[in-house]
Write a protein that binds this ligand. Structure first.
Ligand SMILES: Cc1cc2nc3c(=O)[nH]c(=O)nc-3n(C[C@H](O)[C@H](O)[C@H](O)COP(=O)(O)OP(=O)(O)OC[C@H]3O[C@@H](n4cnc5c(N)ncnc54)[C@H](O)[C@@H]3O)c2cc1C
Length: 316
């Protein structure tokens, strides 16, 4: 955005009443809004086709980056690499590779990172990962491995000047004793060189906004980007949220009540709920959003459309 135009949307919308109209849905895309999309590496040929259809649909939205998850214990090491490299080659959008510390020595993780560097990949989402027994178990670092995400970032920086994103937890990581300890851990990651914090999914805008205030008060001066999970499989999200410490509010459960056998209505509700969450955050000046796409385009595309993010047309 050119400096003389000023924010196009944040100020009017912060005072706008809820409802339809120009103030709520600006006619053109806010120029500063940035989106990124997270995928997981496909396991089957059918899943691979679905992923690339999704990528084809979302690429014209010109996200800041695509990111690709790393399966528990490094189980998708090869597939993550292949997906990241193909995204770079075929979309022209910079991909980010997720990398965890679980189940590998520092040397093995360094080899993975070096292979990314050699393939021209410059952005890593650096994570500790969950215990091999699954979320909820006690985490013990691999002997000779990186102890946690901050330690991993230090290792990555020795390999090359990667851009680094890290995970953050508006409702606190389940392993943290309290919010202060969780924030200290985030500060260690930023001090180690993280350029961006991407949050775990959450459903109450206030949880994110309070967290953003806490990070600002703590002097964290890199972007804190909300991770948005459009929920269409409510039972699946219930299970996932239980493990990662995200609370599922009663109002959300009530919205999905009675829809277990009605996927179409669930998707409409999902777009409304996630769209409203994003609009609320946008009205509070949030300008970057990271979407957990679950490898599907439709909900993410619809929410981006609501936010004013449209496919880029050529300017002829
Ligand atoms: C955006 C995002 C993407 C993700 N992608 C993946 C993925 O691709 N693959 C995957 O397996 N998982 C992924 N996860 C999940 C993540 O691996 C788990 O949440 C994991 O339990 C913590 O990882 P972390 O990088 O946040 O860990 P860290 O920041 O290292 O630490 C997590 C917790 O461990 C404790 N801790 C760490 N260091 C210390 C210390 N020095 N002293 C005391 N306590 C400490 C703290 O309680 C801290 O909150 C993702 C999460 C998010 C939010």
């Amino acid at each position: 955005m050119s400096p003389d135009t000023g924010p196009l949307y944040a100020e009017p919308m912060s005072t706008a009443p809820l409802g339809l109209g120009e103030a709520h849905f600006p006619a053109r895309a806010p120029q500063r809004l940035e989106v990124s999309f997270e995928f997981s590496p496909p396991k089957t040929e059918a899943a691979e086709r679905t992923l690339w259809e999704t990528v084809t649909r979302l690429t014209p939205l010109r996200p800041t980056f695509f990111s690709v998850t790393y399966g528990a214990g490094g189980s998708t090491r090869q597939r993550t690499h292949e997906t990241v490299v193909r995204l770079k080659k075929e979309t022209g959008i910079e991909p980010a590779a997720h990398l965890t510390c679980v189940g590998a020595t520092q040397g093995e993780i360094d080899d993975v990172a070096r292979a990314y560097w050699d393939a021209g990949i410059r952005h890593i989402v650096a994570l500790r990962g969950d215990p091999p027994g699954g979320i909820g178990g006690k985490y013990t670092p691999h002997p000779g491995g990186y102890a946690n995400a901050a330690d991993l970032i230090a290792g990555l920086k020795r390999i090359g000047p990667f851009q680094i994103s890290v995970a953050a937890y508006p409702e606190k990581h389940p392993d943290s004793t309290d919010e202060a300890a969780d924030l200290e851990n985030l500060m260690r990651k930023v001090d180690a060189g993280a350029d961006r914090c991407i949050t775990q999914f959450f459903f109450e805008a206030e949880d994110f906004l309070r967290f953003r205030d806490r990070t600002a008060a703590a002097g964290i001066n890199v972007p804190v980007v909300p991770g948005v999970m459009p929920v269409s499989n409510f039972q699946g999200i219930l299970k996932m949220a239980g493990g990662c410490g995200s609370k599922v509010p009663a109002w959300l459960a009530s919205l999905f009540d009675g829809l277990d056998d009605d996927a179409e209505t669930r998707r409409m509700i999902a777009a409304t709920v996630a769209g409203d969450l994003c609009r609320r955050l946008q009205s509070e000046g949030v300008e970057q959003f990271h979407f957990y796409t679950l490898n599907r385009a439709d909900l993410t595309f619809a929410i981006c459309h609501l936010l004013g993010v449209r496919p880029q047309r050529s300017s002829s």
